[in-house]
Design a protein around this ligand. Structure first.
Ligand code: ADP
Ligand code: MG
Length: 258
């Protein structure tokens, strides 16, 4: 029987800031090709978990391993990126004065400067690849407009396209639906689902309608550790999850699960 291999393994990972354990003995395993959604209250450690994967932060102890062979704790951010791990932050960062097409072009290959790219000749294969990426993210009819004139949602898709241009194995996406209209949110869900399989994807998200749309398996983080994992229904009905979110609601915080 063939066994799926893990694209990502976090085992016994702890990371403290001034004595406060933002990540606390975290164990997290992800299959290759999986689309995993990570939820949890504010301060649960979700962004720190991504920081630990991308090398932005180093664990105090524990294992962070890529494809069951590469120790990510021994590498820096750019080495980790070169392995095929791409991250999309919450706020889109695109080149607003360049066209949508140029933005993808600038992201195509390894590290280059804006000048060297714009003054180099584009190959037919590069052109095809740029159009393919634009089609995937639904921006093919926006290719020639300046990125700065796109809507918030379109900028987010462009940035996902810029990551895809590097053909990452693992894609980390932090709260993609934040600030999007319902329609944009639904289209983002479709996009992420279409990418799963060819890429492994971790999505951090609060919007439970969105989570329900895309999630196969959900991991609930709480106080830097996994509270539970399962389908959306399983985690929403888990008494520990209800306690964590209701506990917050009583204190006047907005509950994430509804
Ligand atoms: P989430 O993304 O789930 O809201 P974070 O990972 O951003 O949570 O934060 C988890 C906890 O770690 C928070 O209490 C936060 O204040 C703390 N934290 C995160 N990064 C740092 C840092 N660089 N320095 C100090 N504290 C941090
Ligand atoms: Mg966060």
């Amino acid at each position: 029987m063939s066994q799926k291999s893990f694209i990502l393994t976090l085992e016994g990972v702890t990371k403290a800031f001034d004595g406060f354990k933002a990540i606390n003995e975290l164990n997290f395993y992800m299959d290759e090709g999986e689309l995993r959604v990570v939820i949890g209250p504010n301060g649960a450690g979700k962004s720190t978990m991504l920081d630990l994967i991308t090398g932005r932060t180093r664990p105090d102890v524990g294992k962070v391993e890529f494809e069951q062979k590469t120790d990510l704790t021994a590498l820096n951010e750019s080495q980790i990126n070169q392995l095929g791990i791409g991250r999309k932050f919450q706020t889109p960062s695109v080149y607003i004065d360049h066209s949508v097409f140029e933005n993808i072009w600038l992201s195509l290959e390894g590290p280059r400067t804006v000048w060297s790219t714009l003054f180099s000749r584009m190959t037919g294969a590069q052109k095809d690849r740029i159009h393919e990426v634009l089609k995937t993210v639904g921006l093919q009819d926006r290719a020639t407009v300046k990125a700065g004139s796109l809507s918030h949602g379109q900028k987010q898709w462009l940035e996902i396209g810029m990551l895809l241009a590097q053909n990452p194995k693992l894609l980390l996406v932090d709260e993609p639906a934040a600030g999007m209209s319902d329609e944009e949110t639904a289209r983002t869900g479709e996009l992420l689902m279409s990418l799963a399989g060819q890429h492994s994807i971790i999505v951090i998200e609060h919007d439970m309608t969105f989570v329900r749309q895309i999630a196969r398996k959900v991991t609930v983080l709480h106080q830097g550790t996994v509270l539970c994992e399962g389908t959306v229904d399983e985690v929403q009905n888990d008494p520990r999850v209800i306690e964590v979110y209701l506990g917050r609601k009583k204190k006047g915080h907005q509950a994430c699960l509804n």
